[in-house]
Design a binder for this molecule. Structure first.
Ligand SMILES: [Zn+2]
Length: 511
């Protein structure tokens, strides 16, 4: 076990330390402090709560108070705390229980530990496990939960609060909450009680002007930013676009949305993580800036940038082929069509419903543009591209598509880094397939280490010699046609095709 939080009772933590000597027991005085700690851990880049099964043992307060926003937050019940954590940190495997059920809860987590013991175990649990919680009809939970359904009813926040992350449990919670008319306003409670801005630390001396200059060019390199800086840059762009479009949102609400989004991406994915989301949003925004004259309202730019930062939310780090074969419960739900993109759209809409409901007045723009990122539909978009593309929403869909595959149009040293990361993710998919087919080959798979990538292209190629071939395949099959077509339709975007050509020439020289 990585973490066992004892909340609201110093005696409790002493007792837990003696009961579970091998656990890392931490005492926190109240719910507000627990949340601040979880956000701070996440911003530090620590991936603890995705890698391990952790537990919060919460001593509910004897009396409740809503005199201040903070006291209201600190007075919630254990069941509410469990729901709040699932809402704010959806990718965490962090369960909530009460002191009376702590022993049983730790036992429950121990029986499920192997599901999370290695990266391949985790990813296959996320994708294929069908445990969706105690109230889900027709779902077999016998493998993942040692307790009977009557236990769940008597102890709703006990050991089996189903918080071993799976995509199905994530989606099921989202669907239950959108079917419920009275959504508990957890996001409001948090943004009223906590100063979220104070959690974001950017390196000393980096002014807003520094970040605007960094963001306002096609040489943007998201790999140079830590998690706090990624949140900060997203706040700068979305805050400005929201003001321009008249979609006001307070700073604290926007920070909370971004922190929730960050915690809805799996930090352990090599490529499909929050960094990719911010990179795609920056590219989307830059393309919109260059195509400014084609938009009749600032709202379109805001909406497509919002869609961009949420377009891969909850991504398991694999692909639609692996979702469909073997068939995951999620692929079944979407009839094997644009499985991941449909999943991202549903999860993201739920987040927006909690954090920025006004944006959902234009839900179709968000959904249509996210669904456009399915590469299976790529040729359809390329074939349809002609002068009629200047009509929305086709233009917005083309912009987000271009941004999503814009890595090959960035300067070579940046483009190569993204190529390394996607190669690592592809290698992991290949190992996962062997793992699922019980082919021993997967045992050779070692998740790549987290050392920063070298800046020098040649050093990267020594370590990853397959990159030139992979880049040429991708450019020839997908990127060249899209960027050539965009350049033909919009002279402002000709630079994308020129950049692809330049990178392509370099890769050809390496073959
Ligand atoms: Zn993407």
């Amino acid at each position: 076990m990585s973490m066992l939080f004892a909340v609201n009772s110093p005696e409790l933590s002493t007792k837990l330390v003696s009961q579970f000597p091998d656990s890392n027991v931490v005492h926190v005085p109240c719910v507000a402090d627990l949340l601040l700690r979880l956000y701070a851990n996440r911003l530090s880049g620590s991936n603890t709560y995705e890698r391990n099964l952790s537990l919060v043992v919460y001593q509910e307060p004897a009396s409740t108070s809503s005199a201040t926003p903070e006291s209201a937050l600190n007075s919630i019940s254990a069941e509410e705390l469990s729901c709040l954590i699932q809402k704010q940190f959806p990718c965490f495997s962090l369960s909530v229980t009460t002191p009376a059920n702590a022993l049983e809860a730790v036992g429950g987590l121990n029986t499920r530990r192997t599901m999370y013991s290695t990266r391949l175990n985790r990813v296959s649990t996320w994708m294929y496990n069908d445990y969706a919680g105690p109230d889900q009809p027709g779902v077999n939970d016998s493998e993942t939960c040692a307790h009977s359904k009557s236990d769940h009813k008597s102890h709703p926040a006990s050991s089996c609060s189903s918080n071993v992350y799976t995509m199905l449990s994530h989606l099921t919670k989202v669907r239950r909450s959108s079917a419920c008319n009275q959504r508990k306003p957890y996001s409001k409670m948090i943004s009223s009680a906590l100063d979220l801005r104070s959690l974001i630390h950017v390196p000393r001396g980096n002014t807003d002007k520094y970040y605007w200059d960094f963001l306002s060019t096609w040489d943007f390199c998201a790999m140079r930013l830590n998690t706090s800086e990624l949140v900060w840059c997203s706040y700068l762009i979305l805050g400005k676009l929201a003001r321009d479009a008249g979609f006001e949102v307070s700073d604290n609400e926007l920070f909370l949305l971004l922190l929730t989004l960050e915690a809805s991406y799996h930090q352990g994915n090599k490529f499909h993580n929050f960094r990719h989301a911010v990179d795609v949003m920056q590219a989307t925004w830059q393309l919109c800036c260059r195509l400014n004259s084609h938009f009749d309202s600032n709202a379109s730019v805001l909406l497509v940038c919002v869609a961009a930062i949420g377009h891969d939310v909850g991504h398991p780090g694999t692909n639609n082929a692996l979702m469909c074969d073997p068939l995951s419960p999620i692929a079944k739900l979407y009839q094997k069509k644009s499985v991941l993109e449909n999943f991202h759209t549903e999860i993201f809409s739920d987040i927006l419903r909690d954090h920025w409901p006004r944006i959902l007045e234009k839900q179709s723009v968000i959904s249509d543009t996210i669904l456009a990122t399915d590469m299976a539909l790529h040729s359809q978009y390329v074939d349809q591209m002609d002068t009629s593309s200047s009509k929305h929403p086709t233009l917005l869909s083309l912009i987000i598509k271009a941004a999503d595959i814009s890595n090959v149009t960035r300067p070579l040293h940046i483009s190569t880094k993204w190529a390394v990361l996607i190669t690592c993710e592809f290698n992991e998919c290949a190992a996962l397939l062997k793992f699922l087919q019980k082919d021993d080959g997967y045992e050779n798979y070692m998740p790549e280490c987290d050392d920063p990538l070298p800046d020098c292209v040649e050093s990267m190629l020594i370590k990853y010699p397959s990159i030139p071939k992979g880049q040429l395949l991708f450019i020839n099959a997908f990127a060249e046609s899209l960027f050539a077509g965009l350049g033909d339709c919009f002279h402002e975007l000709k630079f994308l095709h020129n950049n692809v050509q330049e990178n392509k020439k370099f890769w050809e020289g390496k073959m």
